[in-house]
Design a protein. Structure first.
Length: 257
């Protein structure tokens, strides 16, 4: 083979070698492409959200037949360290107004439950958050504390968990006994209102059968957990059903801070 041909072969081989080295260098320098699917696959697994407040103890609702709000209130107050029982609260701080039939007119009269308790905790209908917060604040003022009972409205249970339960602050909420369907059961002409009223005197107030007050104290992926005077302990119900009953009772709640 002539020297000229040998030179051409050597040059060609060198050119091929340079191309191979360049290609390898490019592959090594280019970062690997990761698709969204790959990223999702290697992401850390999601930890289910849950939190339970320990020590929100319920007392069984026996003597105070209409006293679920009082039992819930005392459960919350005792968790915060106050020395009070349901009878002391019902007898000294609950703002009660009788529901009665007027024989002359044949009409039934009673309070706006946003203003006061309809009946008594021993035998009655109930009380809503604005009036209950007023009663609780009368107690908190009497024991000379800086804490205040505050009404929360139009806030979902899930939002209450984010805002309060995760910070170990239990929340009184209005829903129904065993999360049964509420039913319009009784009605009366309003004859008592205060600054918290949502009705005017002369309006008709409708009472919902199964209305119940509990203390929201925990949650997990599937359920909400409540300190519940009906069972004298902790009850838990599905998240969707609990939200529905809570909404049907006006999305009303109380926190003490």
């Amino acid at each position: 083979m002539s020297p000229k041909k040998i030179k051409v072969i050597v040059l060609s081989a060198a050119a091929v070698l340079l191309l191979i080295v360049g290609a390898v260098t490019t592959v090594l320098e280019s970062p690997p492409t990761v698709s969204d699917e790959d990223t999702a696959a290697i992401a850390e697994p999601t930890i289910p959200r849950s939190h339970h407040i320990e020590g929100v103890k319920a007392t069984l609702q026996e003597t105070l037949k209409a006293g679920c709000e009082t039992h819930a209130c005392v459960s919350l107050l005792r968790y915060l360290g106050y020395d009070i029982d349901e009878f002391q609260f019902a007898d000294n701080y609950l703002d009660c107004h009788y529901v009665y039939d007027d024989e002359a007119t044949g009409q039934k009269y009673g309070p706006d439950m946003n203003s006061g308790f309809a009946g008594t905790a021993y035998a009655g209908w109930g009380i809503y958050a604005p009036a209950m917060a007023k009663c609780m604040n009368n107690y908190l003022k009497a024991v000379k504390t800086d804490r205040t009972a505050t009404v929360i409205e139009n806030t979902t249970l899930d939002e209450l968990c984010d805002r309060y339960i995760d910070r170990d602050i239990p929340v009184m909420i209005w829903a129904t006994t065993d999360m049964q369907e509420p039913v319009e059961w009784d009605a009366w002409i309003v004859n008592y209102v205060d600054e918290n009223a949502k009705y005017k005197e002369g309006d008709t107030f409708t009472w919902m059968l199964h209305e119940h007050c509990l203390v929201l104290c925990g949650y997990d992926e599937s359920d909400y957990y409540f300190s519940d005077s009906v069972v004298g302990g902790i009850s838990h119900f599905g998240r969707a059903l609990s939200e529905q009953r809570y909404e049907q009772l006006g999305m009303q709640a109380i926190v003490v801070q």
